[in-house]
Design a protein around this ligand. Structure first.
Ligand SMILES: *Cc1c(COP(=O)(O)O)cnc(C)c1O
Length: 378
């Protein structure tokens, strides 16, 4: 990271921690004081730099953090995060000692691993908190709600493992009045009822991700798991009126070369763009190896002097060409905004996502490790 800062390449992501804190407080206001917040900081906090993001959110009152892997959890511990850290996307018993050493909470989602973990933790003479994932209709991870009679009796055998949390995940919840969302929430409540009757008393029942935090207040339960909204992005355009968010990340670079080309000049690999008139073409030090997607070729735009300049020709691994012919007074070294605001102009993660037939989540998490994240407003 440091070396990239020192090498002089002016392609950076700027992370506004003030905006992050604002978004966190919008979530806090939405769910109220009584509901805990587990901030999702998996995938390097959606590309925003997990260490700085988690530190800022911890100071703001985040009760817990969610990561995908044990490695991500360890990274947070090494950054000094003391809150609960839940590992959501798979536990591998080879990592058990690391998990215990760094006080990470595993998610259990099927019986074989649950039994093996019970044995391994018991053999160490320890007890350990776990969260149980219930599959209420996403069919990805979790104990299937309909098969509760198969797995519930097994839970009674647990001695070393303590059921601290139980959760489920919505397959949608972004769309208003979704029947499926209601069905999932109802199934989850039924499962919780069965668990309570079997005398389990998990203290953390949770289900809501960003969309449900805004859209399905009855799903807030004891804890919520916001991801995307913390980073200032709406899970769906329908929800922009319900909550006011501020984008946290902007992605910028500077013009590396400027050239005036005659009409009929072919640009880039495969000559997919040919100038239709005398054109001023700017080359930018960013490419698909930085996460500036090749699908942006001849589709995306960037901001130069608060105006839009179209990407022309193919995005290559390290470089991208844009047409700045119609923008006045462009100079070598001018700031270029790839994502974010410049003057009154803005390029959003959603707009970028549309250029690459994907979602904002993928745009953010694709920004490469080669792009330094610079955090502001600690
Ligand atoms: C990523 C994730 C979230 C957060 O989702 P957002 O839509 O970003 O709020 C919540 N829960 C689980 C299990 C996740 O994997």
């Amino acid at each position: 990271m440091k070396s990239s800062v020192l090498n002089g390449r002016p392609t950076f992501c700027f992370i506004d921690l003030e905006a992050l804190r604002w978004n966190f407080q919008q979530v806090r206001a939405r769910v109220g004081r009584g509901v805990k917040i587990l901030s999702m900081v998996k995938a390097d906090a959606y590309g925003h730099g997990a260490r700085a993001v988690a530190a800022a959110l911890a100071a703001e009152g985040s009760d817990a953090f969610g990561v995908a892997t044990v490695e991500e959890g360890i990274d947070l511990r090494q950054a000094g995060i003391r809150q609960s850290i839940v590992v959501l996307a798979g536990l591998y018993l080879e990592q058990l000692d690391l998990l215990l050493q760094h006080e990470l909470i595993p998610v259990l989602h099927e019986l074989e691993t649950l039994k093996a973990l019970e044995k391994a933790v018991g053999a160490r003479g320890m007890t350990w908190p776990i969260h149980l994932e219930i599959d209420t209709g996403m069919a990805r991870l979790g104990f299937r709600d309909a098969q509760i009679d198969d797995w519930l009796p097994e839970l009674s055998q647990l001695k070393a493992l303590k059921l601290e949390g139980v959760f489920s995940h919505f397959s949608d919840a972004e769309t208003a009045n979704e029947n499926y969302t209601e069905k999932q929430l109802k199934s989850f409540r039924v499962v919780i009822g069965h668990l309570r009757r079997a005398t389990f008393a998990p203290s953390l029942i949770h289900m809501a991700k960003s969309g449900a935090i805004i859209n399905v207040p009855e799903s807030h339960l004891e804890m919520v798991r916001p991801g995307l909204i913390l980073y200032g992005i709406y899970p769906s355009p329908e929800l922009t009126k319900a909550i006011r968010l501020k984008p946290v990340l902007s992605w910028k670079t500077r013009i590396l070369q400027l050239q005036r080309l005659p009409r009929g000049s072919a640009i880039g690999y495969g000559r997919t763009f040919t100038t239709k008139k005398t054109s001023l073409i700017a080359t930018l030090p960013v490419g698909y190896a930085d996460g500036y997607k090749r699908l942006f070729s001849n589709r995306a735009a960037v901001l130069v002097r608060s105006e839009r300049a179209p990407v022309v020709g193919r995005v290559s691994m390290d470089l991208t060409t844009v047409d700045v012919t119609d923008i006045g007074k462009v100079q070598l070294g001018d700031e270029v905004v790839l994502l974010g605001r410049q003057g009154d102009a803005e390029i959003s993660a959603d707009e970028m996502a549309a250029w690459a037939n994907t979602i904002s989540y993928e745009i953010l998490t694709s920004i490469g490790a080669r792009v330094p994240r610079i955090h502001h407003h600690f």
